[in-house]
Design a protein around this ligand. Structure first.
Ligand code: IPD
Ligand code: CA
Ligand code: CA
Length: 257
């Protein structure tokens, strides 16, 4: 079985397990603090995905959120077993399993499963972006005043006293509306599907965005850091995404001092 087919089957099985799961209080732990959760299920799903991938492709590398990276020389798999753990713990429906496969700087495929809707977003370079069997494309809005902006962490994006706060508030005031799902991967997929026009976060890890960024690009969108630099593949980063290069430039202008 090829990597893509294996990943689709494994991610679908992970989704079945998560939909059937029950989260007890004893399953929940804090990582860096009370807003940073991990559950038995985050770890279980990452273990299952790692085992399946490495059984078939032992030379590949796994970079997942919950365990140290594995050593390997082949393709690199970026795995977020549950993106939106706070939603998952609250039985709020917006959480995802995210798997992005890369050969160095070359994308191979991206898969994001919207678990509760059993909707699989996927893309391969040059093959378009899809939700199950429906082709996706970004919205066509060009005027920021008509745009819907999403951000996965309202508190951090707009309320903390970091250097970007005023500029992000200016962007939020300019657009027509701001929404928050609480999952980087799902919010980027929403942009790819044309359901929002802009996305911003100051905190994202390779496992958060390395699957969905392929889906955004294949749907016609554009992505970079909030400073306008290329989005790194192996490091944590800020992320700004838009429905086109032109909209990305407009957003960067609004974010400039
Ligand atoms: C988090 C979610 C959240 C975002 C955080 C991410 P997790 O991932 O995507 O919406 O604000 O920056 O770390 O911890 O649920 O996998
Ligand atoms: Ca995540
Ligand atoms: Ca996670």
């Amino acid at each position: 079985m090829e990597r893509f087919e294996l990943a689709v089957e494994a991610v679908r099985r992970a989704g079945d397990a998560l939909r059937a799961s029950r989260v007890e209080d004893s399953d929940i732990q804090f990582k860096t603090g009370y807003k940073d959760l991990v559950t038995y299920w985050d770890r279980r799903i990452e273990q299952l995905l790692r085992e399946e991938i490495l059984a078939a492709f032992p030379d590949d590398t796994i970079v997942g959120e919950e365990y140290p990276p594995s050593d390997g020389s082949g393709s690199v798999w970026y795995i977020d077993p549950i993106d939106g753990t706070t939603n998952f713990v609250n039985r709020h429906r917006d959480y995802a399993v995210s798997v992005g496969c890369w050969d160095g700087e070359k994308p191979v495929f991206g898969l994001v499963l919207d678990v509760e809707n059993d909707a699989l977003y996927w893309a391969k370079p040059g093959g378009g972006a899809w939700r199950n069997d429906r082709a996706l494309s970004v919205s066509r809005r060009t005027n920021p005043r008509e745009m819907l902006l999403t951000t996965p962490g309202v508190q951090y994006t707009f309320l903390e006293g970091h250097e970007w706060r005023e500029r992000l508030v200016k962007l939020a005031r300019t657009v027509r509306g701001v929404r928050c799902l609480g999952s980087v991967a799902l919010e980027l997929c929403e942009l790819a599907a044309g359901e929002s026009d802009l996305f911003v976060t100051l905190r994202s890890s390779p496992w958060d965005h390395n699957a969905a960024r392929i889906i955004v690009a294949e749907a016609g969108g554009a992505i970079c850091t909030v400073s306008g630099d290329p989005l790194p593949i192996t490091e944590k980063s800020t992320v700004l995404a838009a429905n086109s290069k032109e909209s990305l430039s407009s957003a960067l202008k609004l974010l400039s001092p």
